[in-house]
Structures are given as structure tokens and as C-alpha cells.
Ligand binder design. Sequence first.
Ligand code: SF4
Ligand code: SF4
Length: 287
Amino acid sequence: MADVIEIRFHGRGGQGAVVASELLAQAAFLDGKWPQSFPFFGVERRGAPVTAYARVDTGPIGIRTSITAPEVVVVLEPGLLRTQPVTDGLRPGGLLLVNSSHPVDELVLPVVGRRAAVDATRIAVAHGLGSPTLPIVNTAMLGALVRATGVVSMEALGRAIQGFVPARRAENLAAAEDGYQDVRVVEGALPFTPSVPRAVVATPPLPEGPMATESSERYHTADWRTLRPEIHLDRCTRCNFCWKLCPDDAFGFDSEGYPVLRAEYCKGCGICAVECPPHAIEMVEEA
Ligand code: SF4
Ligand code: SF4
């Protein structure tokens, strides 16, 4: 019987989860194996949760279904551990690889078994991949995955990056190498207590903005947020641009006309921070 390895990637739109599964499949092919990769999109938008799958086998792969019992789960955005059932079906003895700035032996993760962590965000930012608000962490995570599993060779991953990444190949190669070097793997797990969902501060009824909030409510897009806007009122000129341009109607006003964030609708896209004329809005890490 063939030795199929099933890997499930969880990320957010724009982080490169789908490309990660494709690059892994390309690398497996270059190693002489039989690969398969395919994505599953929920709401296909920047910041939305995205799942992608990869199978690697030593022979032909007959199944075409999505992966419900993976050997490996790769989490490109650690906030997904709080909001998505990313470890569902992870096989006993399987590996959970997480993008985290914290040492792996300090992470409380919902698995019993192998855990690995790598600070792929730091690596991606250091190599100029993506933007500071949405770094493209996929190649750093793949380097870590290769080191932690050996599912493909590093040489094949390098060739896949050279051949199939459309831009910044040298930087992506360097990120993969850093991920390979920096990943740390431990066995066993700390006791896991599901965290309380992120506190969302409800605001009193406020005047409605120009856009409907229906999709924010339906898809709970506030759960996607990894960065949140912080308003520096000392610089705010009350121009209302943030209110006009927020795609999720996440701003109201206080009695003096200063903007108030309606955090229950904010998905953390950062548009308000980019567009605010006096730079009175700063995107800060979600507490
Ligand atoms: S865009 Fe900036 S200056 Fe204008 S109201 Fe919003 S925070 Fe204030
Ligand atoms: S980051 Fe700013 S523009 Fe984006 S959803 Fe939140 S409040 Fe709106």
C-alpha cells in the first residue's frame, strides 16, 4: 500500500495558503512522488479564512475528496486557532505546525502529539514578502514543514519556488531556508483550554455609514481581525474619510463628531489607516 501523506493548510486570503499547497505538490513531483493539491475557499476575500489541501504519495492517488483526517495541519495565521476548528480530524501522532512568534514549548495548542512553531511572519517581513499588515508567510512555512516532516526535500522545494513563484524568488527562497532553520518541534502538549472568543466592544447605536453591515454580521468578519485600528484623536481632523471609506461601516461618531470604532464590524483590513489624511489611525496588534 502506498504511503499517502495528507496535509491541510489554514490561512487567510492573501497569506498564500493555496500557493503553499501548490508549491508543495510541485516539489513532491520534482522528488518523483505523486502529488495532489486543491483549495477550498469560503468567502474569497483578503483576510477571509482559506483552506487548502495537499496529498503526497509514492504511487498514484485515487481519491479526490477534501482532507478530513490529515497527518499534518499547517496554520499560517495563529488567530485561526481561536476562531476555526483547524485541528479537526488531525490524526493521532500527527503534527500541528503553527506560525507563531512564541516558542513552541510555551504554546498551549489543542493537540496531543507533535507541535511545531516558526515565526514565519517575522521571516516574511524581513524578506519584504507581502505587506507589514498582511505578510506572505507561505514559503517560510513550507521550509518549516520540510524540516518537521521531510515530506519533500529542501532541494525540490527550492526548485519549485524557482520555477513557480511569480515574483521575488530569491526572497522566497531565503524565507524557506529561514523557516527550515528556525522551526522548533516538540512532542506532547500542554493542557488546552479553549479560549474565550475575542472580546468585542459593543457601542451604543450610532448613525449608519454609507455601506450595509449585513455581510460583516453574516460572516462574523470581526473574527478575521489580527490588527485593529487605533484612532489618535489628537491628530484627527474629523474629516470623516474613515467613515466614508470603511468597507464594513465600522465607524460611527461621538457627540463631538470624532470617529468611534464599531469593533464588532471591523475586519482589520487597514484601509482606514492608509486613507486617513493626517495619519491619525494606526493598525495595532489585536490584544
Ligand atoms: S480619516 Fe482620520 S482624520 Fe478623518 S475622521 Fe477618520 S481618523 Fe479622523
Ligand atoms: S480596518 Fe478600518 S477600514 Fe478596515 S474594516 Fe476596520 S475600521 Fe473598516
